[in-house]
Design a protein around this ligand. Structure first.
Ligand code: NAD
Length: 396
């Protein structure tokens, strides 16, 4: 099968197995080039480990800290003429690289929100690890089935209070126009908090604690975003921001629960980056395109792997997490420097379809987006036949 990108709106419905493997290999190379992470964890559970920040967290833990990892995700293998998802191919490649490096890796494909998945993973930890010493929570999902009631919650990306109009980039054709986002109504806020808030993170920690599967000194971290004021109505002050606030509430509770074990719970605020989840948020792709241009020019641009390497190496495991006034870890620090933000804000005011390529790194945005699905990687022959049937070793 020859696999080419098929883009529908903000998703790509195809993924290239060798390209995804190359993307994983490049991420591993970044971590290895920085040398081992001293004092890192050795038995790591990553929930949401197949793409974006979670995949990079798993790679940094394994190839930086030398950790054995378990990863949970929701992906699809290839079937009858259809290729698998990028997260499936990433996980297959990760496991092969981990095995070659002598690292244990086991993956779980299914609904992380369910009690059944928690029970399966707890049993595996008991059998293979005894205990975990780091738990990374990196789920991004549009819906969640409540494991107790069976109710299905759908998250929405809406403002709260008033409707919100701002510039927007159509990533399909490079047109800068305007988008108006309607405010949340009914149960929108409650439902978004139920999906993207902290409840499920807490359920995971409670399930692990109940079976004594958390080692002394364990750290757990969930990811958040704050960003600049231009995005606040849709992000920080919108429905997704309410969910992130809920993560911080849960973090404080988990921190107290883990303190008996000498452990810590954190929320890490990460940089805005192109991932499958962020490309679905209105306004954000234009902001990211402007941000990439500024940060690449100043030499401070990072992708998910550099971010997660820095989180483990320079915050969580170097004894100097540098929390902000609210107790959050900030690896969005370089994004949020006043100089970067002033330039992005100025260009935000001036950007239009005609000067997009001059003021913003739309090319870089598109290239990053395609790389998420294994396209555009050096050394991959995209004209060649490729077998879409790739096994994730621990799942076959
Ligand atoms: P992503 O879409 O790349 O990854 C989501 C992961 O969740 C995948 O591994 C997917 O398989 C898994 N997943 C989704 N639903 C699942 C389910 N029901 N069961 C099991 N696994 C499931 O997203 P991302 O951008 O890396 O987001 C991860 C976290 O980082 C989110 O909390 C997000 O808000 C946060 N974050 C993202 C950005 C950004 O710019 N992308 C910035 C800061 C923080």
């Amino acid at each position: 099968m020859i696999i080419a990108p098929k883009i529908r709106g903000f998703i790509c419905t195809t993924a290239h197995p060798e390209g995804c493997a190359q993307h994983v290999a490049e991420q591993i190379a970044v971590v290895k080039s920085r040398g081992p992470i001293a004092n890192g964890p050795k038995k790591v559970l990553v929930i949401g480990s197949s793409t974006g920040y979670g995949l990079s967290s798993r790679i940094a833990a394994a190839f930086g800290c030398g950790a054995d990892t378990m990863g949970v995700f929701f992906e699809k293998p290839a079937e009858e003429g259809r290729c698998g998802t990028a997260g499936w191919y990433n996980s297959a490649a990760f496991e092969k690289e981990a095995a070659a490096a002598g690292l244990f890796a086991r993956s779980f494909n299914g609904d992380a929100f369910s009690d059944a998945m928690k029970a399966e993973v707890c049993a595996a930890i008991k059998a293979d690890f005894g205990q975990v010493d780091c738990i990374i929570y990196s789920l991004a999902s549009p819906r969640r089935t409540d494991p107790k009631t069976g109710e299905v919650y759908k998250s929405v990306l809406k403002s709260i209070g008033e409707s919100y109009t701002n510039k927007n980039l159509n990533t399909g054709n490079g047109v800068v126009d305007e988008v108006t986002i309607q405010p949340a109504e009914g149960d929108d806020i409650k439902n978004t908090v139920a999906v993207m808030g902290g409840e499920d993170w807490e359920m995971w920690i409670d399930a692990l604690l109940a079976e004594n599967l958390i080692a002394p000194g364990t750290q757990t971290v969930a990811y958040s975003y704050i960003g600049p004021e231009i995005t606040w109505p849709i992000y920080k002050n919108g429905t997704i921001g309410a969910a992130k606030e809920d993560c911080e509430r849960v973090q404080r509770g988990l921190d107290a629960k883990l303190s008996d074990l000498g452990g810590k719970a954190w929320v890490s605020v990460n940089k805005a980056l192109v991932t499958q989840a962020s490309s679905a948020i209105p306004v954000v792709p234009l902001y990211i395109s402007l941000l990439y241009k500024v940060m690449k020019a100043e030499g401070t641009h990072e992708d998910t792997i550099e971010q997660m390497d820095r989180l483990l190496r320079d915050r969580l495991y170097n004894g100097n997490p540098q929390p902000d006034e609210a107790g959050r870890i900030r690896v969005d620090d370089w994004e949020m420097t006043p100089a970067v933000q002033a330039l992005v804000a100025e260009r935000w005011n001036n950007v239009c379809s005609e000067n997009l390529n001059e003021l913003a790194d739309f090319e870089g945005y598109q290239a990053s987006f395609l790389r998420l699905f294994g396209f555009g990687l050096a050394g991959v022959d995209y004209a060649a036949e490729t077998d879409p049937n790739v096994a994730v070793p621990s799942l076959s």
